[in-house]
Design a protein. Structure first.
Ligand code: NDP
Length: 284
């Protein structure tokens, strides 16, 4: 007798707005297909006003989980039953797991970044300078501190945001943290091991460059960029010319897809098909 077909998919997706340019759906569907996971990922245009109803809908339909992006990363916390350690400190959730009707909130921005970073450099006891103090910087600063970095220096234009992030790290982790006000042409201190651009400078513009002193990029400095598109930013190209080891923002994005699989299906991801989708999208 022929085996019974199963026409019921596991459901996952994303709630954000605007969302038409969010490539995560392509990444996740490629991963499901490649790993024979009978699931679908649906990219939903959901803003803050629709979030509560969307969450109730996802629960009612038995979704495994969903991602949240702008403008819902903080707003979703109101509906979460249990927050992961770093999500609690960061104060933002971008990956929700629905288990036994309960919502568990995690933040995979910083985890995706740190996982990519520690594949290339041991961050234990290292000093890390971070350009920016927005959502990505906050997640990276918290996760790097929790992963063992010795000190985090936040370099930002807006003093209040920069100081608040340094205070958050000092108050919630064992890492030391400082704020440095960003003035154009600022030098990266010689005692720093890792420099991370977590600003939006470089997004969709291969020639844009954070206004730092290029001469302070010494070959011993490890330079990372969160910008996924284009992946080879001007900062990274310049750093490579100076002999620095580098890491681009594509890795962070791939790792976030991999973390979705782990959180929702307890499956270890094969990252190759996810990376291929993003490389095709971003490098043509
Ligand atoms: P936010 O808007 O929250 O923060 C932007 C930060 O960039 C602020 O600190 C801002 O400084 C700084 N900034 C913007 N323009 C300049 C400039 N010209 N000079 C100096 N600083 C500047 O954005 P997010 O943190 O959410 O995102 C930042 C970037 O990270 C985006 O480009 C996004 O694509 C990328 N990202 C990548 C991910 C990945 O997986 N690869 C995941 C998440 C984000 P100020 O506070 O002074 O205004």
């Amino acid at each position: 007798m022929a085996e019974q077909e199963n026409f019921l998919s596991e459901l996952t997706g994303s709630f954000s707005s605007p969302c038409s340019e969010n490539p995560t759906v392509a990444v996740m569907e490629a991963a499901y297909q490649h790993q024979n996971i009978p699931a679908r990922y649906i990219n939903c245009d959901v803003g803050k006003a629709q979030l509560q109803a969307a969450v109730a809908g996802a629960k009612a339909m038995g979704w495994r989980g969903f991602n949240c992006s702008i403008p819902n990363k903080q707003a979703i916390i109101e509906y979460i039953d249990e927050l992961g350690t770093s999500a609690k400190v960061i104060g933002a959730v971008n990956c929700v797991i629905i288990r036994d009707g309960k919502l568990i909130g995690e933040n995979t921005d910083g985890k995706g970044f740190v996982e990519a970073l520690i594949e290339q450099i041991d961050i234990n006891d290292k000093s890390l300078s971070l350009l920016g103090a927005g959502g990505a910087a906050r997640a990276i600063a918290v996760e790097s501190a929790l992963a063992g970095a010795k000190s985090i220096t936040i370099i930002n234009r807006d003093k209040e945001k920069g100081q608040a992030l340094a205070d958050l790290i000092k108050d919630n982790t064992s890492a030391d943290a400082h704020f440095v006000h960003w003035t154009p042409g600022i030098s990266i201190a010689e005692d720093q091991d890792i420099l991370v651009n977590a600003t939006s400078v470089g997004l969709d513009d291969a020639e844009a460059m954070p206004e730092i002193d290029a001469n302070s990029l010494r070959s011993a400095l490890f330079v990372a960029d969160v910008i996924p598109n284009p992946p080879q930013t001007r900062l990274l190209r310049l750093a490579e010319e100076k002999g620095c080891r580098t890491l681009n923002g594509l890795n962070m994005l791939v790792n976030q897809g991999a973390l979705n699989l782990t959180y929702w299906f307890e499956v270890e991801a094969d990252k190759a098909p996810m990376r291929k989708v993003l490389e095709d999208l971003f490098t043509g």
